[in-house]
Design a binder for this molecule. Structure first.
Ligand SMILES: [Zn+2]
Length: 491
């Protein structure tokens, strides 16, 4: 029997509508696109969705036809030219790969383009138009997807991560491959119901090891034990994508039983509403953070600014954490990261051991605090590339652009050309900084850092400087979300 031919691709972008950094083709090129066989080489044995597709293919004897993969760092809207170019490449690749038995995709589910508010839904619509109803499309979405009914209508099966930090991406990719196989064998008839309660939770308390998400997932996973239920996805959503679909989504897929899917989705939506207040809070004031620093015993205290998180679309160049740390006495301390290509260039020119007077950060827009004048010593210059140790994205190569370790009054600041969230201990170790020996580790993040940093932390404290990625949604001038919505309009 001929092997089933399955096209695979990854196109993942989480759009922060309030970012001033447009995602154009040059931005995407800098994120790195793999094409053809390189997709498989790069993904094999990593903690990613694509590796899960590869696992399923090996188990089930599927032939994979890799098109391209790109994980675009969260930022502003995708330009019309970039969106149209990527979608055209995907469609051309699918056309070229015919005859096909199925398509497996890794998407985010919160991509917004200049001219298309539901970037993933429109992509799926055009794909369906091309391949017709007979070729099944199965896509994996991020836990922060803003799932739309268009996405659900155009795909045969959509399923999302169950874990935040997203440590189950490989498992979900494998599940998607298995479901596609069952579909192609005619063993299942997926029918999905999407319910979106009027909720727009931010993600600082959306991690899945604690309520409310743990409570919701426990119930969802119990539902999945029923053989009639193919998948239950709870997507927390991504508020700063200012689109009507923004917010929490419950998506239940059953085997030919729409009434059951409706019943279970409604039950979970009601439970999410009941638990909504658990998504609030979790952020300390700067005074509380200062008190936590005074109380450090062995360290490290992991201090995280959630308002300039690159993986929520923050520019990564806020220096509020450094401004704060300079007033504290705890040393040694290390900070990851401040994006400032100008400072990187001048430090590279001056060389290691040079003393530099620089105006650091705060240059992208006026929403993330002003720059900070500092005197520092260049301790290290790097190409900014390292491989994650995991658990999240284990084996994945990170590219920060050129980087500099600038030591400012005993604080080691990693200054970069590119914005990325520091989620792995190797962000420090690759720069000659041993994270476990610091009194303070200052990070920009939200939840993903916890997978690697919580096990070594004496304590984790979240704070919120100025910025577009924090927990205070009243800072964001929404125009397109559904109203009324909790917590902005409803109590
Ligand atoms: Zn996510």
């Amino acid at each position: 029997m001929a092997r089933l031919r399955i096209a695979i691709a990854e196109l993942s972008h989480e759009t922060n509508s309030f970012s001033s950094v447009p995602v154009d083709l040059a931005f995407i090129e800098r994120c790195g696109i793999a094409r053809g066989a390189a997709v498989l080489e790069q993904a094999r044995d990593t903690a990613t969705v694509l590796a899960g597709f590869i696992d399923a293919a090996a188990e089930l004897g599927l032939e994979l036809l890799p098109l391209f993969s790109v994980w675009i760092t969260p930022a502003g809207k995708v330009t019309r030219e970039a969106y149209e170019t990527l979608v055209a490449e995907l469609l051309a690749g699918i056309e070229h790969a015919q005859p096909l038995d199925g398509i497996l995709l890794s998407l985010h589910g919160a991509m917004v383009a200049e001219h298309v508010s539901d970037g993933d839904g429109e992509l799926l619509r055009r794909l369906r138009e091309l391949v017709g109803p007979r070729v099944p499309i199965v896509a994996v979405l991020d836990l922060h997807a803003n799932i739309s009914s268009l996405m659900v209508e155009q795909a045969n099966i959509l399923l999302g991560y169950h874990a935040y930090p997203h440590v189950d991406q490989r498992e979900r990719g494998r599940q998607a491959g298995q479901l596609l196989f069952r579909l192609l064998r005619g063993n299942v008839r997926p029918t999905a119901v999407l319910v979106k309660p009027p909720m727009l939770p931010t993600s600082q308390r959306m991690t899945t090891d604690r309520p409310p998400m743990r409570t919701l997932l426990d119930r969802a996973e119990a539902m999945e034990d029923d053989p009639r239920v193919l998948d239950v996805t709870i997507a927390g959503g991504f508020p700063p994508a200012d689109v009507p679909e923004a917010g929490l989504s419950i998506l239940v897929t059953t085997d030919g039983d729409p009434a059951l899917a409706r019943q279970l989705a409604d039950e979970l939506a009601a439970l999410a509403w009941e638990l909504r207040h658990g998504f609030l809070g979790g952020v300390a004031t700067w005074d509380e953070a200062a008190a936590a620093i005074r109380a450090i015993e062995r360290g490290p205290l992991v201090l995280v600014d959630i308002a300039d998180n690159p993986w929520t679309g923050g520019p990564g160049d806020s220096v509020e954490l450094l401004r704060f740390l300079l007033r504290q006495e705890a040393r040694p301390a290390a900070l990851a990261l401040v994006r400032d290509p100008e400072v990187v260039a001048s430090c590279c020119q001056a060389g290691v051991r040079a003393t530099m007077d620089v105006l650091l950060g705060g240059k992208t827009d006026n929403l993330h605090g002003p720059p900070l004048a500092v005197r520092g010593v260049v301790r290290l210059l790097s190409d900014g590339r390292y491989v994650n140790a995991g658990p999240m994205h284990a084996g994945v190569t990170v590219d920060l652009g050129r980087t500099v370790v600038l030591e400012v009054e005993g604080i080691a600041v990693i200054v970069t050309e590119r914005a990325e969230s520091p989620i792995d201990l190797n962000v420090f170790r690759s720069h000659g900084i041993e994270p476990t020996e610091q009194r303070i580790l200052a990070l920009k993040g939200k939840g993903h850092f916890r997978a690697a940093f919580e096990p070594i932390a004496e304590r984790v404290v979240l704070v919120e400087g100025p910025g577009i990625t924090g927990s205070d949604l009243t800072r964001l001038p929404f125009r397109n979300i559904r109203r009324p919505i909790w917590p902005l309009d409803l109590a």
